[in-house]
Unconditional design. Structure first.
Length: 56
């Protein structure tokens, strides 16, 4: 799990944070946006489907 977090999850979340930051800088997103919450909101449904694909 530690290798997954360090080598896959954290780098992708860091990339997503940079995308949100660029959106804020361009005025496309509010300055008060919490990138961690936004990332969780966007990706949680995808992971949910992946985890439960055989159950649905």
């Amino acid at each position: 799990m530690a290798a997954f977090r360090e080598n896959w999850l954290i780098p992708r979340r860091d990339d997503a944070k940079q995308i949100f930051q660029r959106g804020v800088e361009r005025g496309e997103l509010r300055k008060c946006i919490d990138p961690e919450v936004a990332i969780d909101a966007l990706y949680s449904s995808l992971f949910y489907r992946l985890l439960l694909r055989d159950c649905l």
